[in-house]
Design a protein around this ligand. Structure first.
Ligand SMILES: Nc1ncnc2c1ncn2[C@@H]1O[C@H](COP(=O)(O)OP(=O)(O)OP(=O)(O)O)[C@@H](O)[C@H]1O
Length: 229
């Protein structure tokens, strides 16, 4: 089943088209990798999906009601200033409104998500003292806490070492296998794309290419040389 369809999407800044005629589908419980050269407009497309950027032409259509969409940012070495424990950081996702404490059900949900993201033993660790991989899993846990239908990973593995990036993606895949979750992943890492993505959207200034990763001819791409890591 298709969750989101992009039809002839085009975005123009001033007189310059980033791209036109971008066509893709995000399918249920699949991972869509958005790839392309630096500056081609991957983040801009994600911003459009998050309704923070208007399309100049074309359409983005959710098949059913728009699901809850959550965004996991890139791990940044300078984003370590939270004096919070990992469990507290994860629970920030709850909109607690007038009630500043957690209900039993919310506590159970947090416990579940910490388990799903391999963070149980680290629940009391301060997030600013956690490793990059642990912190990234905490961002992921925070995003998953509200049971989103769509998860967006924005170069989530870019600053992680090999062990940490495979651990993160294994957690993502395992969670996806057991929930109604579809994933959009911006990445420059061809190994990660080939291992974890099902479909790809290659953005190019003159259009786009969409298909299954198993049919992607990686020898045609240079995206692997441009990782920010
Ligand atoms: N609001 C804006 N106004 C004008 N230009 C913009 C705006 N937002 C983005 N751009 C330009 O659009 C281009 C695409 O940016 P974007 O960040 O989407 O690329 P990207 O593919 O995600 O790049 P990278 O791989 O380097 O992260 C860049 O040249 C950027 O400077």
């Amino acid at each position: 089943m298709t969750v989101l369809t992009g039809t002839d999407v085009g975005i123009k800044f001033g007189q310059r088209w980033l791209y036109r005629h971008v066509n893709f589908e995000l399918r249920n419980q699949r991972v869509l990798a958005v790839i392309g050269d630096n500056g081609v407009g991957k983040t801009t497309l994600i911003r459009a999906i998050l309704e923070k950027q208007k399309l100049t032409e074309g359409q983005l259509n959710w098949t059913n009601q728009k699901p809850v969409v959550r965004y996991v940012p890139q791990e940044r070495p300078d984003a370590q200033d939270f004096p919070l424990r990992i469990s507290e950081f994860v629970s920030l996702s709850f909109d607690q409104g007038w009630q500043p404490w957690q209900t039993k059900a919310e506590k159970a949900q947090i416990a579940h998500i910490l388990e799903d993201t391999n963070l149980v033993k680290l629940a009391n660790r301060r997030i600013d003292r956690a490793s990059g991989g642990e912190r990234q899993r905490a961002y992921l846990a925070q995003a998953l806490l509200v049971n989103p239908g769509v998860l967006i990973l924005d170069e989530a593995t870019a600053n992680l070492d090999n062990v940490a990036k495979y651990e993160l993606m294994d957690v993502v895949r395992h969670y996806r296998d057991h929930h109604q979750l579809s994933i959009i992943m911006i990445s420059h890492d061809l190994e990660i794309i080939q291992e974890y993505a099902d479909d790809y959207l290659l953005l190019k200034p003159d259009g786009s290419e969409f298909g299954e990763v198993k049919d992607l001819d990686v020898t045609q791409l240079e995206v692997g040389n441009q990782d920010h890591a």
